[in-house]
Design a binder for this molecule. Structure first.
Ligand code: ZN
Length: 183
């Protein structure tokens, strides 16, 4: 669904705000063996990342405080192609079938359409081992995966902390380690 004028204006200014962009990038991490950029922030009911863009300014007769949250990879797409381009794309598809993925480009997050997305989903859903057929469902799967990512809620309190705040790229964040012998 395209954003309204007000939301588009807020998104546009957020994209130019280094603080917001740093906050977005700090929620991504690379995992060894995966080309995806993994989201480790809030997860929506459909298993996508959720990103708090900002708060609408106060208007005449109306206080500020309404929040604008968007699907995280849509924010990422707007970072690459601009807010107006994002508004012209009906739907973004994950060619990597990783709903948490924030990598914008071929093989990962690409512009699509509802029809194309549906067709791709149906074609891949019943392939054995494909994440689209995961019994945990989109949100359950994404939350569990997110929680395994370093700095995520389930990672034992490891946080990117000051490094992320200083704008260190996701690639520099400590990668997830496998823990043989546990569980
Ligand atoms: Zn990906």
């Amino acid at each position: 669904m395209p954003l309204g004028d007000q939301a588009l204006a807020l998104l546009t200014s957020a994209l130019r705000d280094p603080m917001v962009v740093t906050r977005y990038r700090a929620k991504m991490v690379q995992v060894p063996g995966s080309d995806c950029l993994w989201w480790r922030g809030a997860v929506s009911g459909r298993g996508h990342g959720r990103f708090h863009v900002g708060t609408f300014p106060a208007e005449e007769g109306r206080a500020a405080g309404r929040d604008l949250c968007v699907i995280a990879h849509r924010f990422g797409y707007a970072l690459v192609f601009g807010a107006a381009a994002l508004n012209g794309v009906p739907v973004l598809g994950h060619r990597c079938d990783n709903a948490l993925c924030q990598r914008i480009g071929p093989g990962h997050v690409q512009a699509s359409s509802h029809a194309l997305n549906r067709r791709a989903y149906l074609a891949r859903r019943f392939v054995a081992g494909n994440p689209l057929g995961d019994a945990r469902g989109a949100q359950g799967r994404s939350r569990e995966l997110r929680d395994l990512v370093p700095g995520g809620p389930g990672s034992g309190g490891r946080r990117a902390g000051p490094a992320a705040a200083a704008g260190v790229t996701a690639a520099a964040v400590r990668p997830v380690t496998t823990r043989p012998g546990r569980g």
